[in-house]
Design a protein around this ligand. Structure first.
Ligand SMILES: [Zn+2]
Ligand SMILES: [Zn+2]
Length: 149
């Protein structure tokens, strides 16, 4: 099964002060292997690994992992929250307006905040969250075929 990878993940959980459970290990592995998964997809990934886990437990686990900085939560407007294992590098996302596909976009600058605000209103700004919107290649192709004369 997944035992060969478990020691590393378990150690990472312990390092951030989280109790190590089979469900949390499965959760972190599922998020890392996946690509900006929503809660439903994560729940089914966890169940494939460790059997039944309640949606409530998945939410709680994701909350703990996010708070500990092992998982990043993104929430594009109008789309359910997604989770990813790529953390701490200030990358951005491009979201398809039509199907909701999400892809990573490396930060042009590489450190926060990557955009300088035109005015800071006296705030100590430490982050800019950038979401690019458009149509993914698949949706662009569909669009072309329906609009072609
Ligand atoms: Zn699309
Ligand atoms: Zn990402």
């Amino acid at each position: 099964m997944t035992t060969s990878r478990t020691p590393g993940v378990a150690a990472e959980l312990r390092a951030v002060g989280l109790r190590v459970t089979a469900a949390r290990v499965a959760l972190l592995e599922t998020v890392r292997v996946g690509d900006h998964l929503d809660v439903e997809s994560i729940a089914s990934g966890v169940r494939e690994r460790v059997g039944h886990v309640s949606v409530q437990a998945v939410y709680e686990g994701l909350h703990a992992l996010t708070a500990a900085g092992l998982v990043r939560r993104i929430e594009p407007a109008g789309s359910p929250a997604r989770f990813e294992g790529r953390v701490g590098d200030n990358h951005h996302h491009v979201v398809c307006r039509s199907c909701g596909a999400v892809a990573d976009v490396d930060c042009a600058v590489g450190h926060t905040p990557c955009l300088t605000a035109s005015t800071d209103h006296g705030f100590a700004i430490d982050e800019a969250e950038v979401t690019y919107w458009g149509l993914c290649p698949a949706c662009t192709a569909t669009d072309d075929s329906t609009t072609n004369r």
